[in-house]
Write a protein that binds this ligand. Structure first.
Ligand code: ADP
Ligand code: ZN
Ligand code: ZN
Length: 804
């Protein structure tokens, strides 16, 4: 009896373990670990992941049910990814099925139809029966294949690389196809037809002759190469000499781009040393973690690319993670130009289908390198030679929903498995990573010099309180205004940076001070000028902007704060001749808008680029000589122990946008707290001093990297019940942890109500707690029923980056 252990698709505690199923004889030798199957569960049919195939079971055989049907014919998860899934389950306390699903492209998570497809028309299929199936077509629906006794034969042909499984993504145009014309008569037949064509049928002759050598060609190509018309082909179809077929093509998001190949640059001494250290780990197959600490523009990316070169030469594969926000066309272009068609690109701007196509290129080993955002860390490569995480300090590498993993931890897991180096690069490493490098846990490589040998740009801090005292009520200081004007005169470009879209553009009554709040969340609504709407950024609630204060009926109701729209308005008043491009979530939501706006700016079609953090990274425009930060402290006052670190990182990133080429640059930072060390030290470009200072703080207050944190958030529609559950949880945790651990709370969360649910949190600080995960799991199990009913939600984050 062959048995499969299956993780079924119910994310709940009771079902979070493997269930055994009998593999029916027709599926024996077909079912493998990593495939998805459909199994009976209770009285329903469910999807599940096979994680093991075995001969024995602890259950009695009579109790076991058979697998109902197959979802995959080849595994979608390999052995390593199955192990990784188990590890994620343990380290992030997620359900196994959530871990596995996180590794697959979204297109495969839902139920999609699938087809079996002949990879190439004239593939020599080994099995007679399979050949018969494909006699007059390229694809067969899986539902039809399932009815035949040939599943095993098909699997062999898949292993031989003759046919493949494709998932029909029923979305935006499904699988993309192209019309192909192919000969459907044999050569003899065609020769006969050619001979009998009259001299007036020159075009038909040409088309046939053309096809005799190529056998099949895209319709468009055929028509243009033979300079003939569709009617000619139609005539040949009628004569049953040729046929037209739809052939699948990959959706290529970069199809309209041309990439000219670049060669590796001659490295500087510093770069050479960095590459040497990493290269040794590559050569000797050792898993080391390198922290590549190098100022912006010091040539980190060039070192990554040359290290990848070494890896590809060894016949291995590489993963490069970059933050979503810096997956700019410029960054992608650099990798495409160096590695051409060896690269797959994965980011959220792609459609479901495009992502799935990129993923398939990886699985079919058609590419050796993936450049992508967080989830690209799960790329199904089997022979990884290096994993690189650029801007490793970025908090977007942490996923904020289950599984709450950090890509850095997953990278290190995979690096260890494949015995290959992991490279973490940054100009402002996270405190955690820098501390590990100092302790020798990570190996540090350092790039101190900028490539163009320009010193980092000088930074001036403007105290906005002084401006107000001097009677300047504008959001532009006199200094920044002056410098902007200067740039306009010289024909140079400026970048203006504002933290977060509409972060503080709330609506307040000037008479009574009433601030319009979301009726469902404890957060003020954000004003969107274009639609004249007030929106809640947490629950999506919208209402029209009202003309009167809801509290006192006054007409003096205004929006405050500085959303990008408002800055743009004021800017056009101040500098009416300036051409401004605004980039924020609103102007870039349409596909391709991001790239188009950047190109326009790069082509000099605007003088000022105004934007949120999406413009903070990766931009590299030679004509930008001024960077202005409008309000440096908006991020300093959020209730998050990393606020100073994030402020420092962001200011450093933004400053790095100025003077990257021949023209020298300068930076103006406007702030209401000019004395804060994160602003002062960012202006001095002094990461190490910031590190020392911030480490003192963290030590004093017991935060990472000195302590680990776990955040438990309880939310309930009933405030009293919520707090009572949170109290019970805190008591339970305290009882099971050592005296060294600190349990703070429960207290109301910084956003005390969201979506009509009251929120409470407990923070646990600890150094080493062997019982922690067991205690936490017990909590989840205890409240399982209440959670399933939706009364209460409990989220446990073992390494929180969002404290709200
Ligand atoms: P970082 O990733 O550290 O910000 P980049 O790799 O983007 O730095 O390098 C900054 C600029 O210097 C780029 O335009 C890059 O092409 C160039 N560059 C990098 N290494 C070299 C080198 N060895 N010789 C000449 N130019 C280089
Ligand atoms: Zn809301
Ligand atoms: Zn009022």
């Amino acid at each position: 009896m062959t048995i499969a252990s299956v993780i079924v698709d119910i994310p709940a505690s009771q079902t979070d373990r493997p269930f055994d199923y009998i593999i029916p004889p027709k599926f024996v030798d077909i079912v493998q670990p990593g495939m998805r199957v459909v199994v009976p569960f209770g009285n329903r049919l469910l999807q599940g992941f096979v994680i093991e195939v075995k001969e024995t079971t602890d259950m009695s055989i009579e109790q076991l049910k058979p697998i109902h049907s197959l979802l995959d014919v080849v595994p979608v998860l390999n052995e390593e990814l199955i192990q990784l899934g188990r590890w994620l389950t343990e380290t992030t306390l997620c359900f196994m099925v959530s871990a596995f699903q996180a590794m697959l492209p979204a297109a495969m998570k839902a139920k999609y139809e699938k087809d079996i497809r002949l990879i190439e028309q004239h593939m020599p299929l080994v099995h007679e029966n399979v050949r018969a199936l494909f006699r007059d077509r390229l694809t067969i629906p899986w539902s039809e294949v399932e009815q035949t006794p040939y599943v095993r034969l098909l699997q062999q042909e898949i292993a031989n690389g003759h046919i493949e499984v494709v998932y029909r993504v029923e979305e935006k145009g499904k699988i993309k196809t192209e019309k192909w014309v192919e000969l459907c008569a044999n050569d003899e037949h065609v020769a006969h037809a050619l001979a009998s064509l009259s001299t007036r049928a020159m075009k038909q002759k040409q088309v046939l002759e053309h096809l005799l050598t190529a056998r099949a060609l895209p319709l468009k190509q055929l028509l243009s190469e033979t300079n003939s018309a569709w009617a000619t082909v139609q005539t040949l179809i009628k004569k049953q000499l040729v046929a037209v077929k739809e052939k699948e093509i990959y959706r290529d998001p970069y199809a309209n781009h041309s990439f000219s190949k670049t060669k590796p640059l001659v490295l500087t001494e510093e770069q050479r040393q960095a590459l040497h250290a990493i290269g040794q780990a590559i050569e000797q197959n050792v898993h080391d973690v390198f922290l590549m600490y190098g100022v912006t523009g010091s040539g980190k990316t060039e070192v990554y690319m040359q290290a990848i070169d070494l890896v590809l030469k060894k016949g291995k594969e590489a993963i490069v993670l970059v933050p979503e926000i810096s997956l700019t066309p410029q960054m992608v272009r650099r990798f495409k130009e160096r590695f051409g068609s060896k690269v797959a690109v994965l980011h959220s701007g792609l459609s479901l289908g495009e992502k799935y196509d990129e993923w398939r290129k990886i699985q079919r080993k058609e590419v050796q390198l993936v450049v992508g955002a967080r989830s690209a860390i799960f790329a199904p490569f089997e022979n990884i030679g290096i994993i690189i995480i650029d801007e490793e300090h970025e908090t977007s590498y942490k996923q904020e929903e289950s599984p709450r993993y950090h890509a850095r931890d997953v990278a290190i897991f995979r690096g260890r498995y494949h015995r290959c180096p992991v490279v973490l690069g940054s100009a402002t490493p996270s405190l955690e990573s820098f501390a590990r490098a100092k302790k020798g846990v990570y190996k540090q490589v350092t790039l101190t010099r900028r490539m163009n040998d320009h010193a980092l740009p000088p930074v001036e801090i403007v105290d906005m309180r002084e401006e107000l005292r001097a009677g300047n009520r504008s959001m532009f200081s006199r200094l920044l205004y002056e410098k902007l004007t200067e740039r306009l005169q010289k024909g140079e470009q400026s970048v203006l940076f504002l933290n977060r879209r509409g972060y503080s553009s709330f609506v307040m009554c000037r008479d009574c001070g009433h601030v319009i709040q979301c009726p469902h969340c404890d957060i003020s609504l954000t004003y969107h000028r274009v639609q004249q709407q007030l929106k809640c950024h947490y629950c999506g609630y919208e209402q029209r902007m009202s003309a009167h204060c809801p509290a006192c009926q006054s007409e003096h109701i205004r929006f405050f704060g500085t959303g990008t729209q408002k800055v743009e308005e004021e800017l056009t008043k101040l500098l009416p001749h300036a051409r401004v491009i605004r980039m924020d979530v609103d102007t870039t939501s349409r596909k391709g808008a991001h790239e188009r706006l950047l190109n326009e700016f790069g082509d000099g079609k605007a003088d000022i680029l105004l934007g949120t953090q999406m413009i903070a990274k990766g931009l590299d425009f030679p004509n930008v000589t001024l960077v202005g930060v409008l309000a440096a402290d908006t991020m300093l006052h959020v209730p998050d122990f990393r606020a100073a670190e994030k402020t420092f990182q962001l200011l450093t990133q933004v400053s790095g946008r100025a003077g990257r080429h021949h023209l020298p640059g300068e930076v103006v930072i406007q702030t209401y707290t000019p004395e804060h060390y994160s602003i002062q030290l960012a202006a001095d470009h002094h990461f190490e001093a910031f590190y020392e200072r911030e480490m003192m703080n963290r030590k004093k207050h017991g935060y990472p990297p000195f302590y680990y944190l776990t955040l438990i958030t309880v939310s309930h529609v009933d405030a009293l019940k919520g707090i009572s559950i949170a109290e019970k949880i805190a008591a339970h945790v305290k009882k099971h942890l050592s005296a060294e651990a600190v349990v703070l709370g429960p207290v109301a969360s910084p956003i005390a109500r969201m979506n009509d649910r009251y929120r409470y949190q407990c923070m646990i600080k600890y150094k080493r707690e062997t019982n922690l995960t067991t205690a936490l799991r017990a909590i989840v199990e205890h409240y399982q029923r209440d959670m399933a009913r939706g009364d209460v939600t409990i989220t446990i984050d073992l390494n929180p980056y969002m404290m709200m």
